[in-house]
Write a protein that binds this ligand. Structure first.
Ligand code: ADP
Ligand code: MG
Length: 288
């Protein structure tokens, strides 16, 4: 292997060292088909330091995915500024995206899906293949390179999506409920794998989840959103390296879990769009 930096490494040297994420006075509205306006994100100020792992949690429709799409540069804010490493966000291999529904290309092999992000960067075929194999190896899918997405289980497909996001050695990783469609065991294994990978690579991560447990296990900091606003910004000082089984035994974990869950429960009960809206008030009345 060559000891000269490849085109990709050079691109990284100039673009992806030390990239934090900054939202300054960011708002985003949407207009529905019937003309109704929704403030998906309202005047959000948020500063995420480089290499920090931040979990974003809150009821459905509170603006989590919108905030993520603003950070990957696919969506423009109406007001305010989004910056990644002091520059406007730009889609590319230095920012990795992982979604709940995997979004793999069905007619491409696993290797083809993972290598996709590097195409057009001017790597020669041998180097590209070698990078793809190394990345597949890292997520435990080396033997599956020539298979197709439909031949893999959900957990394996999500692993492919993760490999595809990581192959550009991203300094920023944006994950939108990546494990939400996996069964409980697979999810827990993926969480531990993600922690192990992150401990090696230390990208800056913005991770959307519905799960309080997942947020506490993974993150340095949990942001709670409600209806477009940041309502809570909670540091999680649980020791690292973390593994799911150890973290749950920590007394601080129990305390944080109770606090966060009560916050989110109140938000859901107070949300007119939720099936649970008003339950709290009814229960109080009965007791009253
Ligand atoms: P979350 O990810 O927290 O569930 P979203 O960011 O997807 O929430 O959505 C926030 C709000 O913006 C919701 O009310 C949603 O219906 C609305 N919204 C999101 N994207 C669009 C869009 N492309 N067009 C219209 N409304 C949208
Ligand atoms: Mg969402």
């Amino acid at each position: 292997m060559s000891h000269f930096p490849s085109a990709l490494d050079q691109a990284h040297m100039s673009t992806s060292r030390g990239r934090g994420i900054r939202f300054a006075g960011v708002s985003k509205d949407f207009t529905a088909g019937n003309g109704a306006r929704t403030s998906a994100v309202r005047q959000v100020n948020l500063e995420i330091a480089e290499q920090q792992f931040v979990a974003l949690i809150g009821p459905s429709g509170c603006g989590k995915s919108t905030l993520l799409r603003l950070a990957d540069g696919l969506l423009e804010p109406d007001t305010g500024r989004v910056e990644i490493g002091n520059a406007p966000p730009r889609p590319g291999p230095a920012t990795g995206m992982v979604f709940q529904n995997f979004r793999l290309i069905p007619w491409r092999s696993i290797a083809g899906n993972v290598g996709f992000a590097l195409e057009g960067l001017g790597l020669d075929t041998a180097e590209l293949n070698q990078r793809v194999q190394a990345q597949l190896d890292q997520v435990g899918l080396a033997q599956w390179a020539s298979h197709y997405p439909a031949q893999l289980s959900g957990g394996m497909r999500q692993r492919v999506a993760l490999a595809r996001a990581l192959i550009g050695r991203p300094s920023v990783l944006l994950m939108d409920e990546p494990f939400a469609s996996l069964d409980a065991q697979t999810r827990e294994l993926m969480q531990d794998d993600l922690l192990a990978l992150w401990e090696r690579q230390h990208s800056t991560v913005l991770f959307v989840t519905h799960s309080v447990d997942e947020a506490l296990l993974l993150a340095d900091r949990v942001i709670v959103m409600g209806r477009g606003d940041v309502l809570e910004d909670l540091p999680i000082d649980l020791p690292r390296p973390r593994r799911s089984t150890d973290v749950r035994r920590d007394a601080e974990y129990g305390r944080l879990r109770e606090y966060l869950w009560s916050r989110i429960r109140d938000l859901v009960l107070a949300d007119p769009a939720s099936a649970f809206f008003g339950r709290h008030a009814q229960a109080e009345k009965k007791r009253g």
